[in-house]
Write a protein of this length. Structure first.
Length: 223
């Protein structure tokens, strides 16, 4: 058992409850991967071949409509698994969305064979898989609820506050925000221009400066 393969188990305390034999199987049938930013991890139509656990970095999972409209479904960070991958492994189906690294990523790929064996034989591994699956489903349902029921101006204010750096500046394009919000770029641009007209933000190429954060926070919290 290579030390690099064994070391990653400590990132997931739940897996330390596995038997020595089960931990050995994970170490033997897993591979630690290093991926650069901007790399596609999986794409629609591809089969899921490994159970993916992130050690460090962030993967953005997004879906693109036939018309080219994008929506970010969720992000996977260090210490988490990918719900899309888990669902595809359980159903032996192909991916319906795209996963792309936003940062440099270190991840563990566990073979489907090992995943299936442990899922069938280990109660602790099943609890680990399905507990994380349930948490991620809740996150995804929140995205659906926001897109379906929340006003775009409220969601835009929330996103600007969340993405602003310490200097109060959001870096990114209007299309980036539209993708995050599951909306059209034209809609987001129109609302940003209205916020600028009201003196709440200042727009420049690739940046949005928050000028009146309290007013944006009030908008973000409005019913």
């Amino acid at each position: 058992m290579a030390s690099g393969q064994a070391a990653w188990l400590g990132t997931f305390p739940e897996l330390e409850q596995l038997t020595a034999e089960e931990r050995a199987l994970l170490a033997e049938r897993s591979q630690v991967l290093a991926l650069p930013p901007g790399q596609t991890v999986f794409a629609p139509g591809q089969p899921a071949q490994n159970f993916l656990l992130l050690l460090d970095g962030t993967v953005k999972v997004q879906q693109v409509s036939p018309g080219g409209r994008e929506i970010v479904l969720y992000r996977v960070s260090g210490g988490e698994s990918c719900i899309m991958t888990t669902a595809c492994l359980l159903s032996h189906d192909s991916y319906a969305a795209e996963g792309v690294t936003e940062t440099a990523v270190e991840a563990v790929a566990i073979s489907q064979e090992a995943f299936d064996r442990l899922l069938a034989r280990s109660p602790d591994f099943r609890r680990f898989v399905f507990a994380d699956y349930a948490r991620r489903i809740s996150d995804l349902m929140q995205v659906v609820e926001e897109v379906a029921f929340e006003r775009i101006d409220k969601r835009l204010a929330q996103k600007l506050i969340a993405r602003a750096g310490g200097d109060g500046v959001v870096t990114g394009t209007h299309q980036d925000l539209a993708t995050e919000l599951g909306s059209a770029r034209e809609v987001v641009s129109r609302h940003l221009k209205e916020l600028q007209r009201r003196g709440l933000v200042a727009l420049s190429r690739g940046e949005i400066a928050l000028l009146d954060r309290p007013a944006l926070e009030a908008m973000a919290a409005a019913d």
